[in-house]
Write a protein that binds this ligand. Structure first.
Ligand code: KG4
Ligand code: ZN
Length: 331
């Protein structure tokens, strides 16, 4: 079975072809980062217009790379939500129209679930149950995964998502958008002990809060002459505080949930310091750790296609309705 995946929930237009026997055949992506960098964040209307420009050339390119034609496609998986409504509508309109034309089912995919299931693009995958730390621009969650489609929310952020905190701190330090990779790069040159940063809410359940840490950085920026070295020290201190906080809660959640396997998913999961620290923690505690390749942590269509494949039987639709869900909880 050949599944076409389409992703357009935010500022990446992406298309992929996934075969249930052979795995990923081809994928392509256009990032709008340069377009939005001028404004310091994603401008929804510009995102929608650019998805329209990019999506069909990407589709053509992916078909050519895979050596396939439209008629080979057995189902079309697309991101139905959550995300920016205009951006989602572009991907869903293309997906549903194409499926209608080909007479094949659509598979409306939840973007968050796709981040979690991106790990199935790798050769080594976890047995159930496992704990997922989902860290993206819009979400910070600890989820117990009992099986595909059966999830329990154990904890989440009460204010900013961790990716959002990276982006806002990067803005304070006048770094480029998106902030996560910019902070990671700058942090290499900094001393993480130079500025003491809070580890928020460590002893309050499994929820997170990053707004206090963000405000702490704002005060540091206001009270210091922020030259290159000070900026690097703040970036390093912030990154270590975030990772310490995330992994403290992960350890707690592993104990409470009885899980011995951890996966890390979502854009912030591309952060090398987080990946290395999580690996070291897993080794110390004798549990298994899995994460998707970095390119499958940030938004992409391969994760949409593989999720469509895993959830084909419960999610397939034949009504060809173009509808999106800007908010769509998975619990
Ligand atoms: O999963 P994603 O691509 O989109 C959402 O679904 O939100 O995540 C984007 C977020 C952004 O906030 C970005 O700054 C952050 O992931 N991010 C990173 C890194 N790469 C992306 N944060 C820290 N370190 C990184 N290397
Ligand atoms: Zn995402």
């Amino acid at each position: 079975m050949l599944i076409l995946g389409i992703e357009s929930s935010c500022d990446e237009t992406a298309v992929a072809l996934y075969d249930d026997q052979k795995g990923l055949l081809a994928h392509d992506l256009f990032s709008q980062v340069a377009l939005h960098a001028l404004y310091g964040g994603v401008v929804p209307e510009l995102a929608s217009r650019d998805h329209i420009r990019r999506i069909l050339p990407l589709l053509k390119n992916v078909l050519t790379t895979a050596g396939c034609v439209l008629k080979d496609i057995d189902a079309v998986a697309y991101t139905k939500g959550p995300g920016l409504v205009g951006a989602l509508l572009v991907g869903s309109a293309v997906a549903v129209s194409l499926a209608w034309f080909l007479g094949v089912p659509t598979i409306p995919v939840n973007h968050l679930e796709a981040h979690m299931l991106a790990v199935y693009l790798e050769d080594k995958t976890p047995d159930f149950p496992f704990l997922c730390l989902l860290v993206s621009g819009g979400h910070t969650m600890l989820i117990k995964v009992f099986g595909i489609g059966t999830y329990e929310l154990l904890g989440q952020t009460l204010d900013d998502a961790v990716g959002e905190a990276f982006d806002k701190v990067a803005k304070m330090l006048q770094l480029s958008y998106p902030g996560g990779p910019a902070i990671e790069k700058l942090a290499q040159y900094g001393d993480p002990l130079k500025f003491v940063m809070p580890r928020p809410m460590l002893h309050r359940g499994l929820d997170f809060s990053f707004s206090g840490l963000k405000t702490h950085v704002l005060q540091l920026v206001k009270n210091h002459n922020v030259d290159d070295q000070v900026a690097a020290d703040i970036a390093a201190g912030f990154q270590v505080a975030v990772v310490d906080t995330l992994l403290f809660k992960v350890q707690k959640a592993m104990r409470q949930s009885g899980c011995h396997r951890l996966i890390i998913a979502g854009g912030v999961g591309a952060n090398k310091y987080l990946r290395d620290s999580a690996r070291a923690m897993a080794d110390r505690n004798n549990f298994e750790i899995f994460y998707p390749d970095k390119k499958w942590c940030t938004d992409n269509a391969a994760m949409i296609a593989v999720t469509g494949c895993k959830r084909f039987h419960d999610l397939l639709e034949l009504n060809y309705a173009i509808s999106v869900l800007p908010r769509w909880p998975i619990f």
